[in-house]
Design a protein around this ligand. Structure first.
Ligand code: NG1
Ligand code: ZN
Length: 524
């Protein structure tokens, strides 16, 4: 290691004496942008180390704070196959980000020796940022960290988080696609065109899209150049307003109404992305009532479709859905009983869902908030690509599955790719969003945030569905749940905010609300 170069980078990106401690959590580093300069330089250093540790494979570094307000920013690292950073490295990230400037060289040496990193190996880091004003400067800090460690930097500029995952994957696995943003656009467009042709559709699909004033708008405009004969997308909150302010997938999910500057009229098919375009939700209104098609709905639609294609083609595929405790109880019931698909439940956070999804030939996973994707194992891809079906119906089903494997960004949840997947399924099955909504009825539910002195006193087990501490809390919840019909409730400490989250669902809106508030009363 060139210690002098590290000292120089540390000098250019000084850590203030009173710097706030930052932790690499579920969403990477995320805090106010103006205290992140030294952190980003160090994340650049870590990305270079990670690349060497992985034999010179490209590593991604995305500068984003997703659905947080504009003054925030953050950073996430992407591992070689396009997956999230391996959990054991999160502690290195936190250590490196928080050490004093004069401890930096020592910390780097510790990581090098603990991981047995060969510093002669080449290193490559793929950088991307969302549309936040602070992004350019923070990317420069990250770049300085990479360069100090002698890593090559591939700067993608303003891109969605899933595009960074895609490019990283392609650089390390050429079979996945061309490792550029243009390659991403072309791959998705070609797959969607194939589906369009299979469906024999002739008229345009019309959508209204809320882009959260974020990067989704920039990238959708590019993609639509390839798809303008198939999709007509009216964009709202396309960058002229404040990022994530009264708009975006998180806002729509939590507020349960349309974003600002956009009306969802009868018959409108509305879609919303979050600020870095890795989450997507659909919504529409009927007789003035707002209907949301969330991550559970996307999972149900995708799992049922893939199951039906496999059956039609007589293809033996082990399909499973992965959810979290926040999945609506009726979605779980629909999947298990009507669609006949097994459902697993993991802790909150896509890395847990993604990991579990790899247990299946085809793993469908979505968080209720719209973040998720479908992963196909190598064995499943081989079966799908080599299978020959005798019947016309079987041939069509296989062609549909093949196009799906190309359309879906399997590395991570991707709003653009997921939206095209939904459109493709609706198109191939000749379904409207109303038909989709009719697959099952959501159980009314309520989420609350409770602020307590120390949220870490709440401990959970069984994929966060039961709490083990403080003593007596779970039995109090059980007693309350018994009083309501089709009810379920759980509490867990948030991994991204200083709150305890309360979730309740029950047969009626009133029951769900009453139960949620009663459970919240036990947490205080
Ligand atoms: P926490 O704050 O741990 O509940 C939230 C979301 C997760 C996930 C992460 C990462 C809910 C209830 N929780 O986690 O689903 O998206 O943020 O951004 O939506
Ligand atoms: Zn996001």
């Amino acid at each position: 290691m060139d210690a002098a170069a590290v000292v120089e980078a540390a000098g250019a990106h000084k850590r203030p004496e009173d710097a706030k401690h930052v932790g690499y959590g579920t969403a990477g580093f995320r805090t106010k942008a103006d205290i992140l300069d030294h952190v980003l330089m160090r994340v650049g250093v870590l990305a270079a180390l990670r690349s060497r540790c992985k034999g010179g494979a490209a590593i991604g570094l995305m500068v984003t704070a997703s659905h947080n307000p504009e003054p925030d920013n953050g950073a996430k690292l992407v591992d070689p196959m396009g997956e999230m950073l391996e959990a054991s490295w999160e502690a290195y990230a936190t250590r490196l980000a928080n050490c004093k400037d004069d401890e930096l060289v020592g910390e780097i040496n510790t990581i090098i020796s603990e991981c047995g990193i060969d510093m002669q190996t080449k290193a490559k880091v793929v950088l991307g940022r969302d549309t936040r004003g602070s992004g350019l400067k923070l990317c420069q800090a990250a770049r300085d960290g990479c360069t100090a460690l002698g890593a090559e930097v591939v700067d993608l500029g303003i891109v969605t988080t899933p595009q960074v995952h895609y490019v990283v994957r392609c650089l390390n696995d050429a079979t996945y696609g061309t490792p550029t943003v243009a390659g991403y656009q072309e791959k998705l467009a070609a797959a969607f065109k194939a589906i369009w042709t299979l469906a024999g559709r002739t008229d345009l699909i019309s959508l209204k899209l809320d882009c959260a004033n974020g990067v989704g708008a920039v990238q959708m405009k590019e993609l639509l150049k390839h798809l303008d004969s198939m999709l007509k997308v009216e964009m709202y909150n396309d960058g002229s307003g404040q990022l994530n302010h009264e708009c975006g997938a998180d806002y729509v999910k939590v507020q349960q109404h349309a974003p600002a500057n956009m009306t969802a009229g009868a018959g409108d098919r509305c879609v919303t992305f979050d600020g870095d375009a890795d989450r997507v939700l659909y919504f529409f209104t009927r007789d003035g009532t707002f209907f949301m098609l969330d991550g559970d709905r996307i999972s149900s639609l995708a799992a049922q479709f893939i199951q039906q294609c496999a059956t039609a083609a007589a293809l033996d595929l082990n399909i499973g859905v992965v959810q979290t405790a926040y999945a609506n109880g009726n979605s779980t019931k629909f999947l298990q009983t009507k669609a006949g698909v097994p459902v697993a439940c993991t802790k909150t956070g896509v890395k847990h869902l993604h990991h579990k999804a790899l247990d299946y030939d085809v793993g469908v996973y979505f968080e209720a908030n719209g973040h998720g994707t479908v992963v196909f194992s190598d064995a499943a891809l081989k079966k799908i690509n080599e299978h020959e079906s005798g019947s016309e119906e079987g041939k069509r089903a296989i062609a549909m599955l093949r196009a799906m494997t190309e359309l879906i960004n399997q590395t991570v949840g991707d709003a653009i790719s997921d939206m095209l997947m939904v459109e493709a399924i609706l198109l191939l099955q000749n379904m409207t969003v109303e038909d989709w909504a009719a697959m099952y009825d959501d159980l009314p539910n309520r989420q609350l945030k409770v602020k307590i002195a120390d949220r870490s006193v709440v401990k959970t087990t069984n994929a966060e569905r039961e709490c083990t501490a403080p003593a007596g809390l779970q039995s109090a919840i059980d007693e309350l749940v018994k009083k309501f019909t089709s009810a379920r409730s759980f509490v867990r400490p948030s991994g991204t905010e200083d709150v305890v989250r309360v979730y309740a669902e029950a047969e009626t809106r009133e029951q769900a609300d009453t139960l949620a508030w009663a459970v919240a009363g036990k947490v205080w």
